[in-house]
Design a protein around this ligand. Structure first.
Ligand SMILES: CCCCC/C=C/C(=O)SCCNC(=O)CCNC(=O)[C@H](O)C(C)(C)COP(=O)(O)OP(=O)(O)OC[C@H]1O[C@@H](n2cnc3c(N)ncnc32)[C@H](O)[C@@H]1OP(=O)(O)O
Ligand SMILES: NC(=O)C1=CN([C@@H]2O[C@H](COP(=O)(O)OP(=O)(O)OC[C@H]3O[C@@H](n4cnc5c(N)ncnc54)[C@H](OP(=O)(O)O)[C@@H]3O)[C@@H](O)[C@H]2O)C=CC1
Length: 280
């Protein structure tokens, strides 16, 4: 889809880049010539991913940095180290946490566990990068991973929905505040893109009442490559006029809600069922 050197010369940080979607996005950035930096809390996970990438893509430039994004001091220290080898061009706020629970049963620590990673972590990273871009008079680019519940809300995952909605509000606020300085920010809301992390937390064995594809108008799950190409586009200069946007890539899943189960069932009606309905 893209020229192989689309991202050559760009240094890109993917938070939570050692696993799941962050790992897939990082791999795509490397394929397209970027200098990739990944961070997360577990160095062994980051190093294993980096080793895998180096074996797959000889010559790939990849650095690993441990950082708990909940801690503003660790974020500052990470950015300082990262900048020592040259400025960052793109920040991808991907690190997140989520779990299913009845909201009235959540402890304060449980609420904070999600809000601190998703909302505070994304804020700390955006400010630490943004301040450096502004001081240096450089353009910047922030891509934040949110989810469709920023539009709809989502029962039993209220802290994640609220935190991601906060990240969208941050994105739109800073798109205006920092736009004149050449810094742009956008959000991506992926639908169902299987990863061990998300599936362990959100779809435990036995919890499914129907095949997950049934809830998606396009009747399939997302492929990582499809999502990664969107992140590649957003990281590239060719998307330079996009800012403050929310791009949902979910096969139409989030729009199912308004029709309810009856209209959803109609997606699978045959001609006889439509004829019977007309004759009534
Ligand atoms: C298509 C649908 C849209 C989906 C959108 C979003 C998807 C995702 O974000 S998927 C990403 C999934 N990946 C992860 O969650 C990985 C990171 N997760 C974690 O690190 C843990 O799961 C964490 C969130 C619990 C944080 O770990 P840690 O900081 O080590 O926290 P503790 O284990 O000490 O727990 C803190 C606090 O939270 C309570 N708690 C933990 N799990 C649950 C639960 N399932 N239900 C209720 N409460 C939970 C835990 O008990 C602690 O509270 P206190 O007991 O009061 O101390
Ligand atoms: N998979 C899907 O279908 C969907 C995913 N998303 C979003 O996509 C993103 C990736 O999720 P996914 O790949 O599925 O799940 P993962 O669990 O694989 O990814 C979460 C990543 O965040 C890192 N992380 C968690 N807490 C911290 C922290 N405090 N500091 C630094 N890093 C941290 C984890 O690494 P470590 O534990 O080592 O710190 C891990 O690499 C998330 O933003 C998620 O909300 C949104 C909608 C759907």
């Amino acid at each position: 889809m893209f020229r192989q050197d689309l991202l050559a010369g760009k240094k890109i940080l993917v938070t939570g880049g050692g696993t799941g979607l962050g790992k897939s996005i990082g791999r795509r950035y490397l394929e397209l010539g970027a200098h990739l930096v990944i961070c997360g809390r577990r160095l062994a996970v980051l190093d294993a991913t980096a080793d895998e990438f180096r074996a797959e893509l000889p010559g790939a430039r990849i650095d690993t940095l441990t950082c708990d994004v909940r801690d503003a001091e660790q974020v500052e220290a990470m950015m300082e180290r990262l900048w020592q080898t040259g400025p960052l061009d793109v920040l991808v706020n991907n690190a997140a946490a989520n779990f299913i629970a009845r909201t009235e049963k959540l402890s304060a620590r449980a609420v904070d566990a999600v809000l601190n990673i998703v909302l505070h972590g994304s804020f700390y990273c955006a400010i630490a990068a943004g301040r450096r871009w502004i001081e240096a008079g450089r353009p910047g680019n922030v891509i934040s991973t949110v989810s469709a519940p920023v539009i709809t809300g989502q029962a039993f995952t209220a802290p994640s929905a609220a935190a991601k909605a906060g990240v969208l509000a941050m994105t739109r606020s800073l798109a205006v505040e920092w736009g004149p300085k050449g810094i742009r920010l956008n959000c991506v809301a992926p639908g169902l893109f299987p990863t061990p992390g998300a599936w362990e937390q959100l779809f435990p064995p036995g919890s499914q009442v129907e095949a997950q594809e049934r809830g998606v108008p396009l009747r399939r799950l997302g492929e990582h490559r499809e999502l990664c190409d969107l992140y590649a586009y957003l990281a590239a200069d060719g998307s330079g006029y996009m800012t403050g946007d929310l791009i949902v890539m979910d096969g139409g899943r989030w729009m199912q809600g308004a029709g309810g189960p009856t209209f959803r069932a109609m997606q699978d009606w045959n001609d006889a069922q439509w004829d019977a309905m007309r004759k009534k």
